[in-house]
Design a protein around this ligand. Sequence first.
Ligand code: MP5
Length: 200
Amino acid sequence: MRELEDAPLIRQAGEKWTEATQAKFLTAIGEGTLPLEAFARWLAQDRHFVIGLISFQSILIAKSQRPGQKLLISGLAALDYELDWFGSIAERQEVDLNAPPHPTCRRYVDYLISAAYTKPFEVLPAILFGVEAAYLAAWSPLKPRGLYADFIEHWSSPRFADYVKGLRTFAEMHPHPQQQKEFEAVLRHERDFWRMTWEG
Ligand code: MP5
């Protein structure tokens, strides 16, 4: 984690990084007090988010060359796995995944897909690094125990940390003056997403 927070994109984001990676939802998971309603909201909305991220990442793959492309393809397979996993959790916990996308989720996904088509290529790896690094930092401080231990483990595992490290390298290999601005746009969306999962 410390190694990750060395990244200039993160250091220069200052407070925005903290706001994107700390949330009442996460504190409640850590304390074992998360209301089922909030979990259900997060699961349904995060499924919509992951479907959108698959589109973003697919466009990025189409625009990339190796070795970055190889890393992105491995990430795409993880997203595919996540969708099946979310489906089985929803069945077990009787969560309705048919809830429509919340406006906050829709804004985030619209931002990603529009960026994939319209922003300079070099900005896109910084956006994806923001998405994944924020999740690594959000979940890693939690102890993998309780009802949601599998989620905590998934986004704080060494495998996921390595993926995020690879994304950092990929972003740093393609510097662009707009990277910081778009990285911080991702952080604002992350902050809003966590608020939405808590407040509805
Ligand atoms: C991620 C996520 C991490 N699942 N949801 C949000 C709102 N932000 C980031 O992405 P992944 O690909 O599920 O690790």
